[in-house]
Write a protein that binds this ligand. Structure first.
Ligand code: MLT
Length: 398
């Protein structure tokens, strides 16, 4: 008899975005004539920029030659990409990260989920509520005790430090789903807490390229002491339109330590490297060359144009909804806009009405956690035309 991991039985039946996709597919099948505008899952619509596409084509051609062909690559990622990451994403901001502290992967979602492999099941985990469901579900799967940190209008969607000692803390800024950010001084409090309590911060920085305001850290390592307490996750998905290409990376500084039951310090970079070599064969050469091109002069320029266009959409959503009488958060340093649903309605009721009456797809706040009830998330990743049309439809309907 093969016994199952019963922790899975504690999960909700279906992953949030799968549930939404199923509902939308059913509605589309029953109403094929309707034009549905999707502002639900954070999937991009702008194609890969020319600089990246050129690098991708070149890498494809190389693979067809004897000299250029690549088989298995380094599990941690090719040095050319790790060098580009270190120089552009860290050294350019005055942060000292080394190439062997960077692990290239096929997505931040996978990284955020897989990282739990190297931590004890007995760790107590702090997770904000609402939250990107991957942190929560993967910790439920491995049976850890979870402490929820409420994120509400009352605390400006900025979690308070845990009242008890926790071992692992998930933070995501700019935040998914609320779109809020932490200033340097605010993030420093978390780093200090983690230092005092020997906790690890799992810092999801997937939306860093959408930061527009000053004094907002683009990396947790801009905060003094963070290299002793934090793992950082970054992604090319929203930044460079790689949701389908798949490429991301995580950083585990060599100064970051975990503990055995006996209190012996263990280098987490070493553990993750061991895990990576066993379970992963690296991201394809073609994809890594494409990712490298995001750091070329042309690549940076083209990507910035796309991000600015998405930020413009976020502004259209935010200002349009405000004009329509909604209370709205986020959308300034983030592609996500977090709005309050009309009084007396649940998030899912609002979802259903929006889908059926104006054919707009969003994400119900309660799908991100109990405190998300009464809220709704819209994304800025549609085309400008569709974004304008969606907001006009909502305003008229309201
Ligand atoms: C979201 O919509 O929250 C994200 O696109 C999901 C993801 O990145 O996995």
């Amino acid at each position: 008899m093969s016994f199952i991991n019963e922790n899975f039985l504690a999960l909700q039946d279906s992953y949030l975005f799968s549930t939404i996709a199923k509902k939308v597919a059913k509605y589309t099948e029953e109403n094929p004539e309707k034009k549905i505008i999707k502002l639900g899952i954070g999937d991009v619509t702008k194609p890969i920029v020319p600089a990246c596409l050129e690098a991708m084509h070149k890498a494809v051609d190389e693979m067809g030659t004897e000299q250029g062909f690549k088989g298995y690559g380094p599990e941690q990622g090719y040095l050319f990409l790790r060098k580009a990451i270190v120089e552009n994403d860290y050294q350019a901001r005055g942060v000292d990260i080394q190439e062997d502290e960077v692990f290239v992967s096929d997505g931040a979602k996978c990284d955020c989920g897989n990282i739990v492999d190297i931590f004890s099941q007995n760790n107590k985990v702090a997770i904000t509520d609402p939250v990107y469901p991957v942190y929560l579900d993967t910790n439920i799967m491995s049976g850890r005790e979870i402490i929820y940190l409420p994120v509400t209008e009352e605390n400006n969607f900025k979690p308070a430090l845990p009242e008890e000692k926790v071992d692992m803390i998930y933070l995501c800024f700019p935040n998914n789903p609320t779109g809020t950010v932490l200033e340097k001084e605010e993030l420093k409090k978390w780093v200090d807490y983690a230092k005092q309590n020997h906790s690890i911060i799992l810092y999801d920085s997937a939306y860093e390229s959408f930061i527009t305001e000053d004094n907002i850290p683009h990396s947790i390592y801009e905060i003094e002491g963070a290299k002793e307490v934090a793992i950082e996750f970054k992604s090319y998905s929203k930044t460079a339109g790689f949701t389908g290409v798949r490429c991301a990376y995580l950083v585990i500084p060599k100064t970051l330590k975990g503990y055995t039951k006996q209190g012996e310090e263990i280098c987490l970079n070493k553990l993750w490297n061991r895990r990576t070599c066993t379970k992963f064969n690296g991201v394809s050469y073609i994809v890594q060359r494409t990712a490298e091109a995001t750091y070329s002069i042309e690549g940076k320029k083209q990507i910035r144009q796309n991000i600015n266009a998405y930020l413009e959409n976020a502004k259209i959503i935010k200002e349009g909804l405000e004009e329509g009488g909604f209370t709205v958060y986020g959308g300034v340093n983030s592609p996500y806009v977090w709005l309050k649903v009309p009084k007396g309605m649940t998030s899912w009721e609002f979802f259903d009405q929006l889908l059926e009456e104006v054919n707009i797809v969003g994400t119900p706040g309660s799908g991100f956690g109990k405190n998300g009830e009464g809220y709704f998330r819209l994304t800025a990743f549609a085309t400008k035309e569709n974004t304008i049309e969606a907001i006009e439809r909502i305003k008229k309907w309201r």
